[in-house]
Write a protein that binds this ligand. Sequence first.
Ligand code: AMP
Length: 282
Amino acid sequence: MKIISAVTEIREIIKEWKRNGLKVGLVPTMGYLHEGHLSLIKKAVSENDRVVVSIFVNPTQFGPNEDYETYPRDINKDSALCESAGADIIFHPEVSEMYPKGACTYVNMTGLTDALCGKSRPTHFQGVCTVVSKLFNITTPDNAYFGQKDAQQLAVIKRMVKDLNFDINITGCPIIREEDGLAKSSRNTYLNEEERKAALVLHSAITCGQSLVNDGERNASVVINRMKDIINAEPLAKIDYVEIVDMNTMESVSVIQGEILCAIAVYIGKTRLIDNFIANVG
Ligand code: AMP
């Protein structure tokens, strides 16, 4: 497995792969890899001849007061994990390689990016769409893999691929959790012992919401309020949002019908964590 930081170099290798008719999978990440990322990499390895994992903490998707500087990084550990999962290349560019001096072009989306995380993080999805478009253009994958953990991001990427005619198949992969239910996240490392316990409130709320919907509750406010009550009972937790939206439009629904996304963002101390469930109600 190789670690490559230059766009020209990775392009040459991938062109050669393509000349030989090999199918290429891409797994975009910000690194500090865990089992969630590894599930995507393993799926990519099982469905492609060659797999590229990008590791890039993308400054344009962080807001001014967010954790860009402190975001955890460990390229040595990540490269061992990628190798063991069967990846062929880690693409690990410097910020100046991805955004050379003078770069001023962005990919912007409307609608889908207004709700949920887009409301709390107004420049986030512009950064995500821009960097993912660049990674798609640099690595020209046949398949790219994203986690349902970031369900709005997955919906946004699928829409962008459709709208901008990227010839890439997007695969969503299920949320991987710790044994006690907390969704795996690189940001979980920010939590101290007390906060780690308090963070379980996200999973409790998600489980409760999911049970209510499974048991036939169709009033979105009833589900949302029950979930909020659970989160508010935890003193270290502060709700950013608890919402139920249409899976395709990301618009709030009052009646739970069709494919819906129930998504939450909660601060545990200073750490913002997200979780969700998807339901398909006939
Ligand atoms: P990140 O490094 O946090 O930007 O995540 C890179 C990719 O891994 C994204 O597509 C995430 O949705 C996915 N991912 C992160 N955490 C998980 C998880 N717990 N389960 C499944 N996928 C995940």
